[in-house]
Design a protein around this ligand. Structure first.
Ligand code: ADP
Ligand code: MG
Length: 325
């Protein structure tokens, strides 16, 4: 395998494709986050065209799935699905199917109906619902309220007051979609990142990519470095979108049982085969706690994780060895 790869590299160096190079782009704003795409391309033009296609696809996904855009497909579902089944795109149907799968895997910790209460938070403006508002809206949270009909390709909500938001899985999905575009164009080495979600194809010619996991409080400090090839990685942290009030941190991961911020860990990083999956699983530890989440991750095929507890202790799944002190 290595030899074949080395021979491949040597061949590239002898042919006109010797100009092959890493082409990269970083763009802020799509899906409210930072997007980065990097590919090993025969020519700069091919690399840039592929990156353009990935960015255009991310803008499309943002347009269709954002709850901030009143004319998005998801906004339409939220407006109508309590009244009657709503016909949706194949893409949204498949993503909701996966979302419900992650709800079952995480014993309800991941739940796209978190938004039934979650929509009342605005972390930028330091706005949060009070106890009465939460109590009133809480029965709307339950992934079992989301009824999918595969034959009709529709979604229906079982009751009034249910809202969905794909913010917990959408970036992972966009990353996987971007990787598919790169692969369709014949690229076999590259990275696509949207905020805390990344997926890597191939290696860096014999060397794995190395992804750093940051310290929850000290931005520049890395608590672990993970070598990766052909894998996805997602990190969720309570330092991403939050405000502090009277010593309490209100942040963007919501416990579906209480409608409050889920604060059982400071950060959780999940490694797995696709970014949709790792994104869908990285919220679990916040809701269920580090030990319970590690137990779930350990049961899942091809999943590894690193969880940082509030006291700074770092837990790893069995597939990862704790670094030597
Ligand atoms: P990012 O938005 O940067 O990718 P995360 O991957 O940690 O960050 O996802 C956080 C987002 O997940 C929130 O902004 C919200 O949209 C959504 N979310 C919050 N709580 C839940 C939950 N219990 N289940 C599913 N999604 C959630
Ligand atoms: Mg994410």
């Amino acid at each position: 395998m290595r030899t074949a790869l080395a021979a491949g590299v040597a061949l590239l160096l002898l042919t006109p494709a010797a100009r092959a190079e890493w082409v990269e782009r970083v763009e802020d704003g799509i899906m409210g986050t930072r997007i980065a795409v990097e590919v090993w391309a025969d020519t700069k033009e091919q690399g840039n065209a592929a990156i353009e296609a990935v960015l255009a696809d991310m803008r499309r996904i943002d347009r269709e799935m954002s709850t901030y855009k009143p004319d998005s497909e998801v906004s339409k579902v939220n407006a109508e699905a309590a009244k009657h089944p709503v016909k949706i795109s194949r893409e949204l149907f498949d993503l909701l199917t996966q979302a419900l799968e992650y709800s079952r895997l995480t014993e309800g910790a991941f739940d796209v109906t978190y938004a039934s209460v979650g929509y009342m938070y605005d972390f930028r403006k330091h706005v949060r619902p009070d106890e009465t508002q939460i109590e009133k809206a809480l029965p709307g949270i339950n992934y079992r309220h989301v009824i999918l009909d595969a034959n009709a390709q529709t979604v229906k909500f079982a009751r009034e007051g249910v809202r969905i938001d794909l913010g917990g899985i959408g970036k992972g999905h966009a990353v996987d979609s971007g990787i598919r575009i790169l692969q369709q164009r014949g690229f076999s080495h590259g990275v696509v990142t949207a905020g805390g979600d990344s997926r890597i194809i191939g290696d860096r010619f014999g060397q794995p990519w190395v992804v750093g996991i940051r310290h929850p409080d000290r931005k520049e400090e890395v608590i672990a470095r993970i070598p990766l090839e052909d894998a996805a990685i997602s990190t969720s942290g309570d330092y991403e979108r939050y405000f502090d009030e009277k010593g309490v941190r209100y942040h963007h991961i919501i416990d579906p049982k209480t409608g409050q911020s889920a604060s059982k860990v400071r950060s959780a990083t999940v490694i797995g085969p696709t970014a949709t999956r790792t994104d869908g699983l990285s919220k679990t530890a916040f809701v269920l706690g580090a030990e319970k989440a590690i137990e779930i991750y350990n049961r899942l095929e091809g999943i590894d994780a690193i969880v940082v507890k509030p006291d700074g202790q770092v837990l790893y799944t069995k597939g990862l060895m704790a670094p030597q002190p």
